[in-house]
Design a protein around this ligand. Structure first.
Ligand SMILES: [Zn+2]
Length: 248
């Protein structure tokens, strides 16, 4: 483990084309702030599965829960290795960083999936169901090839992929749960401000992580309270249609 020396709370802002180097304390905060969410996200996954009444709810709970857990896990692994090993194992840290960033794309797709699959969003939503995963894969391909090369473009891509589908969500007929879901989205967007503040305010990245924690919590609450359980008000697929299996 490297020794903590030099600045404790913040380093110099990175120059153009350079990566910000967090202080030892910042890296520890980055690791802890997502590490604390791994177990709770697994518990939330369990609760969502228990609250699922249909096969589709069950599958969606897995998708949403697993990709959220993976987000916190990969982030903790990446920041933990930065904290423990920097400047050694540069290749390992490089690939863990790409995996950390890739997990965000899948997390975004997984966060929209419950709403697009369990609510009727009309034709726009029908197309977004699969295209949001395609965008996630394209984002990951971009991330792999141009990792950290055009940082502002990278952030812009995240914001577009994260905020764009929200417009389709407005076409949902049944809007119960949407205010909490959108509040979660706004918390993420507010967090992006801090994502860009490394070297300007101390612990900026850990503050961004805290926004992700709160945003993810609100998404869980919205999905759990509005989309799971018996949902007679959202017959999508139509529960009364013949041949639709109902898991109880
Ligand atoms: Zn991070």
């Amino acid at each position: 483990m490297r020794s903590c020396s030099g600045n404790l709370y913040m380093n110099k802002r990175a120059g153009k084309g350079e990566a910000y180097e967090p202080t030892c304390h910042e890296q520890l905060a980055n690791t802890a702030s997502h590490g604390i969410a791994i177990i709770p996200s697994l518990i939330a996954l369990r609760w969502m599965i228990d609250a699922s009444h249909r096969d589709l709810q069950h599958a969606i709970s897995w998708v949403f829960g697993i990709f959220t857990t993976i987000l916190f896990l990969t982030s903790t692994l990446y920041h933990g290795c930065e904290w423990m090993f920097r400047p050694k194992f540069s290749k390992l840290r490089y690939y863990l960083h790409i995996i950390d960033r890739a997990a965000i794309y899948f997390f975004i797709a997984a966060s929209y999936t419950p709403w697009l699959m369990l609510r009727d969003c009309g034709p726009t939503g029908a197309n977004l169901k699969w295209s949001i995963w395609l965008f996630a894969i394209l984002g990951i391909v971009y991330q792999y090839n141009f990792h950290e090369r055009y940082k502002s473009l990278e952030t812009f891509l995240y914001v577009v992929i994260a905020a764009g589908p929200a417009f389709a969500i407005f076409t949902i007929q049944d809007r119960s749960g949407l205010p909490i879901m959108l509040a979660g989205g706004l918390v993420y967007m507010l967090g992006v401000v801090f994502f860009k503040m490394d070297g300007i305010i101390p612990f900026a990245h850990a503050i961004w992580h805290c926004h992700v924690l709160v945003g993810a919590f609100l998404q869980y609450v919205a999905v759990y309270t509005a989309l799971l359980g018996p949902d007679k008000n959202n017959p999508f697929p139509d529960l009364s249609a013949p041949g639709v299996p109902i898991v109880s």
